[in-house]
Design a protein. Structure first.
Length: 107
């Protein structure tokens, strides 16, 4: 199986997936992907996969401000991480509320 990078966003304040969240992905400073979460809070396809997914330093930025109607503390949430083995599946979920967030390396 080839490597891939996936994500999803959960609105922890509402207790449901966060739809319509724009996300950008940069590798080593260069834009490599853009996506928007669907009704399930996932992107419709992996952000990167196969030969497009390589080792490097990534920054996945979620634009959450509009989701919370501009009433929250957070506008954009950057998640910076390193991929050393691009042959593995890397899943980066975001759990977010108007005032806090957390993330982890999922499976």
């Amino acid at each position: 199986m080839s490597g891939r990078l996936t994500t999803h966003v959960l609105d922890t304040a509402a207790g449901r997936p966060a739809a319509g969240i724009p996300a950008t992905l940069h590798r080593d400073g260069a834009l490599v992907a853009e996506a928007v979460t669907n009704a399930d809070g996932h992107t419709d396809a992996p952000l990167l996969e196969d030969v497009a997914f390589t080792a490097g330093v990534y920054e996945l930025t979620f634009s959450v401000g509009a989701h919370f109607g501009g009433a929250g503390f957070l506008d954009r949430v950057p998640v910076r991480f390193t991929v050393s083995d691009a042959g593995e599946h890397h899943h980066v979920p975001l759990l977010v509320s108007p005032f806090a967030y957390s993330t982890y390396r999922g499976s």
